[in-house]
Design a protein around this ligand. Structure first.
Ligand SMILES: Cc1cc2nc3c(=O)[nH]c(=O)nc-3n(C[C@H](O)[C@H](O)[C@H](O)COP(=O)(O)OP(=O)(O)OC[C@H]3O[C@@H](n4cnc5c(N)ncnc54)[C@H](O)[C@@H]3O)c2cc1C
Length: 481
């Protein structure tokens, strides 16, 4: 009897076979300049890109996923993330797409057993990455690593042309539809306060930067922000030997309650996208203003150090480098530091994403169409893309952008339009399945002539004509006697 991951692989193969998955390819093969045109190209093979690829493969659609990262280093987990464990509870089904043997739990129990599962508190960060590596491998997903998408150019003839940098050169590739699964910073990059731009780059980092925290040993470090990444950066700096870490928090207190978690139920996941704009704005703005607390274990990882200092009600007003240090002016007085880490999140900013240069100016964002109620203005929401029901970008009023609707977005900035199905572990399967269903339907509808002709040409008999003998009606038989 096989055990462990080999047994799990066999069980998964059975489950897929019972569900008749994957469907055979049913879309027509296309070529451009002698190269195959993928039905769907996915930019990003992190958790979301993998889940979308898997759902499309199940539906018999041809897919290719590009990721600029080397194999096994996609997303933040084994690169820029610094938490010890995931925030998400271990029981969530993640990208399993409704298939029990594809869950983290199945993968974990196959190797370590039920008792270890019961004893597990939260999922270690690097173990989650190991699981994603297995997910990709066991499903044999078509991912091309070290391939960076540099250009996305929708054309008017039903394809999108991509520039893809790989192995020191840029190749052209074509797809009928393109999915952006580019993560938290997927439509922009780090949100850094304006004053940081004037500081030497050796004096500051964003929490998502891949900088070496060992270089902070002996330094006085300021961490701006109070979310999960602020705690992870502060703890990592402390563990690397920083002399002092000062958490500079604008608010008077840390948020205590994760309102987004409290909002989540199957109705919220499935029904949010159908809500009127005012409701979407109200819900997302409320969650934004309430803010998400840092996880308790991440906060304790910081506070267990005597040289960690939590400062509340401290808004940074100005920073300059003087006397070999950073002189930081705040609403609560000055503080001298050696290094600043901005755990200030991400923003939509086409300029930070060269691959979007052709389409960015065309893309309608919420502020182009929606006026927030007075007092509920929200820059993050205002810059969010205003997506259609197939997760597709829509053009700004008066702009002609043929083929823009062939580019679909399932990354964090899509959350205002679509809800929580756009990337994180709790609802990523729903997002991937919904998007795959929409894309599959669009691919079918736009080829209806082909599919109709195929139906008409279909000639596989189910009966052969030798199953019966034709007879005249009895009355006709009698009359002929
Ligand atoms: C520190 C940290 C901790 C987190 N913890 C949790 C958690 O506990 N639970 C949770 O649900 N979520 C968590 N998240 C959110 C997390 O980002 C998502 O859940 C998850 O990574 C989303 O997967 P994704 O595939 O959408 O994005 P990512 O995992 O970010 O993957 C995006 C991929 O796109 C690739 N890419 C981008 N641009 C290009 C390009 N031009 N060409 C080719 N490839 C490109 C990148 O290389 C990357 O691999 C955390 C995020 C961070 C930053």
């Amino acid at each position: 009897m096989t055990t462990g991951l080999a047994a799990l692989k066999a069980r998964l193969a059975d489950e897929l076979a019972f569900l008749q998955l994957p469907a055979p390819r049913w879309t027509p093969s296309l070529e451009r300049d002698g190269e195959p045109v993928a039905d769907v190209a996915i930019v990003g093979a992190g958790m979301t890109g993998l889940a979308v690829a898997a759902a499309l493969v199940q539906r018999g659609v041809s897919v290719v996923a590009y990721d600029e990262a080397p194999a096994g280093r996609e997303g933040p987990w084994a690169t820029t993330a610094r938490m010890e464990t995931l925030r998400s509870p271990k029981h969530l089904a993640g990208p399993a797409l409704g298939i029990p043997s594809l869950t983290f739990r199945a993968w974990f129990e196959a190797q370590f057993g039920r008792e270890a599962w019961d004893a597990l508190d939260k999922i270690p960060r690097l173990q989650w990455m190991d699981y994603l590596r297995w997910y990709r491998e066991v499903l044999a997903l078509p991912v091309r690593n070290a391939h960076r998408v540099t250009d996305i150019e929708p054309r008017s003839d039903g394809v999108v042309e991509l520039g893809v940098a790989a192995e020191g050169r840029t190749i052209r590739a074509w797809a009928r539809r393109v999915v952006l699964a580019t993560g938290r910073a997927g439509l922009g990059g780090p949100a850094v306060p304006g004053y940081a731009e004037a500081l030497p780059r050796t004096r500051w980092a964003h929490s998502s930067d891949d900088n070496d925290y060992a270089e902070l040993a002996g330094l006085r470090v300021g961490v701006v922000g109070a979310g999960a990444s602020a705690m992870d950066s502060a703890a990592t700096a402390l563990e690397a030997g920083a002399a002092h870490v000062h958490l500079l928090v604008r608010r008077a207190d840390l948020p205590r309650i994760n309102k987004g978690k409290g909002a989540t139920n199957p109705g919220f996941v499935q029904g949010y996208a159908r809500l009127p704009d005012d409701w979407k704005w109200r819900i997302r703005h409320y969650i934004n203003t309430q803010q998400v607390p840092p996880p308790r274990n991440s906060t304790q990882r910081v506070s267990r150090h005597a040289n960690a200092h939590f400062h509340f009600g401290v808004a940074i007003e100005a920073v300059e480098e003087r006397g070999g240090a950073l002189q930081v002016q705040t609403s609560a007085g000055p503080i001298e530091l050696d290094f600043l880490i901005f755990a200030t999140g991400f923003k939509v900013d086409w300029r930070q994403r060269p691959m979007l240069r052709h389409i960015g100016p065309c893309i309608r964002v919420w502020k182009d169409r929606y006026a927030a109620p007075a007092g509920d203005e929200d820059d993050e929401l205002a810059e969010s893309p205003d997506l259609g029901p197939a997760f597709e970008f829509q053009p700004r009023a008066g702009m002609l952008c043929p083929g823009l609707d062939r580019v679909h977005c399932i990354s964090y900035p899509a959350t205002l339009s679509l809800g929580v199905i756009t990337g994180d572990i709790p609802a990523i399967s729903e997002g991937a399945l919904q998007l795959a269903d929409r894309l599959t339907g669009l691919l079918y509808a736009e080829d209806i002539e082909h599919h109709c002709a195929r139906m008409e040409a279909y000639a596989e008999p189910e009966i052969l004509g030798d199953e019966w003998v034709a007879e005249p009606l009895p009355s006709a038989a009698a009359a002929s006697k």
